[in-house]
Design a protein around this ligand. Structure first.
Ligand SMILES: [Zn+2]
Length: 162
């Protein structure tokens, strides 16, 4: 699967790629030189809305793609272009905050994440996903429906691109 590094302007895209399980570096304070260097050394494709950065990367032989247009369209376009399935499976997702690989925490080990969530959340849910890199904890809360709905929306946009 393609791996990416994304410029600071494309935060929503980075978020949805991570949720879909795609290895995506996104930090808002990376300078262009650094982005190009990381892409080259880790064999990542740069996604950027900056024509200048895109051109420089390509000159240096680094895979790069200019991403333009409305947010939803951009996301659908990248998913379509790189054959990424518009689905969020929490067992496959990356940490949306830091790109870490999530670990599933089942009911019998749930005490491990007790200190990282509110008590109500802890009591209400049985299955969690934990990011060992930043201690974020995920669960299928109220926002889960919204995630599914948004991916369906992206899926429809992608169909129109075939
Ligand atoms: Zn994390």
């Amino acid at each position: 699967m393609d791996r990416f590094i994304i410029d600071a302007m494309l935060g929503r895209l980075a978020l949805w790629l991570r949720l879909a399980g795609v290895d995506t570096i996104y930090e808002t304070d990376l300078e262009d030189d650094r982005i190009i260097k990381i892409a080259a050394s880790e064999n990542r494709t740069i996604l950027t809305s900056d024509a200048n950065l895109n051109q420089r990367a390509m000159k240096e032989g680094v895979q790069s793609m200019l991403v333009r247009g409305a947010v939803d369209y951009r996301i659908a376009k990248i998913f379509h272009e790189f054959n990424i399935s518009p689905e969020v499976d929490p067992d496959e997702a990356r940490c949306s905050k830091c790109n870490g690989e999530l670990v599933k925490i089942s009911t019998d080990e749930k005490s491990k994440i007790r200190e990282f969530v509110h008590k109500q959340t802890y009591d209400h849910y049985d299955v969690f996903w934990y990011c060992p890199d930043c201690d974020a904890v995920y669960f299928q809360g109220g926002y889960w429906d919204n995630i599914q709905k948004y991916m369906e929306h992206i899926s429809r946009l992608m169909e129109a691109m075939d």
